[in-house]
Design a binder for this molecule. Sequence first.
Ligand code: FAD
Length: 383
Amino acid sequence: MDIEFSQEDLAFQVKVQDFIKQNLPKGMEMWTKRAEWFQAMRDQGGWDIAKWPVEFGGPGFTPTQRYIFDMEMARNSTPPQIPFGVGMLAPILMNYGTKAQQDRFLPGIRDGSVNWCQGYSEPGAGSDLANLQTRAELSADGTYYTVNGQKTWTTLAHIAHWMFCLTRTQSTGVKQEGITFLLIPMNDPGVEIKPIITLGGSHSVNDVFLTDVKVPVDNRIGEEGKGWTYAKGLLIHERTGLAGIQNSVLGLAKARKNAMSVKVGAGTLMDVPAFRNKVGALEAELLALEFTELRSLASVASGGNPGPESSIMKLKGTEIQQRVSELNLEAAGIYAAAWGAAAGPDFARGATSAYLGTRATTIFGGASEVQKDVIAKNVLGLG
Ligand SMILES: Cc1cc2nc3c(=O)[nH]c(=O)nc-3n(C[C@H](O)[C@H](O)[C@H](O)COP(=O)(O)OP(=O)(O)OC[C@H]3O[C@@H](n4cnc5c(N)ncnc54)[C@H](O)[C@@H]3O)c2cc1C
């Protein structure tokens, strides 16, 4: 694919840049005027749902426009959207949900008024997700399920209104065939949330205990026992989203700038060959990943879904995120030990928490070893 932009693409880039200049709230207003920002995006004709198909209100960007759009948004650190609804559940509703489910759930996902969390992992079911044990039993009159079990590592469960959840409706036969995909309201009295505090000292993940939670059959996506198919489709969207390529491009440029501000002898850290080599190698790998993303976008634009190449993007994208954070940690030197206190250069403040935070990226959304298995089987055709 040609990475030189056409005149039309360059004009589109200027349009996006102008829009951001005129509409992006400054400083702390980024948080207080978040709603206005997303409204302005919506008024542009679906820019708030850039990845959604046109029939669901999306803007119909070409792959190159999508790439430019994402890059400009990342470059300007625009407010992020919580991905669970807009990026993960929405495509599943569009592909497998009924019209009634689409009408009921997509508007709240789009305007951000309804938060979602992902109830996949359990204490004995992470990489081996099909081993999940949370039970859903259909009532005798066939109108609701009673759900019992435990989910773990559930990101943002504590602010979620709903959880999309994998449950077991059949315990015999092939593990993958007895799984049912349910939408569970978090305000049910049988839902209990306990925080898990992670390495960096923050609270974003939780244990979620489900005790006799009643879920109407209307909240089931697709057929009973076919949840594995829908779950896998969702994981592909999740993995593509987790690559974070545009953020890494931006992060790497910042890391280079940070290193140039650190004095070493008569020069800067960027003049030290060992450090410079690491930056160069990362730039080359990131460029290769950008081309993989463009290929994937092109296949989606021509009617396909993101395929197993999403595992390449997840694997490499998350490794690169970690390595960018390592460059900043190295550039911060001893000041990184101050952990957020004001010491040394400004960028040193967040270096340690970013470094620790990115350790999780090669675990969530499917650990790196699991991505390598997927690539071996489905991309390279081994085994
Ligand atoms: C910060 C964070 C947020 C998360 N958010 C969510 C969320 O919102 N919702 C949700 O459902 N889950 C979430 N998860 C869970 C995440 O998806 C799992 O942690 C992940 O799938 C790995 O599962 P596990 O932790 O059970 O590790 P295990 O599956 O027990 O793996 C342990 C180790 O064994 C390796 N391993 C396992 N199987 C194989 C194999 N076949 N071949 C080679 N090596 C293997 C793994 O790579 C890993 O190194 C989150 C996790 C983290 C850390």
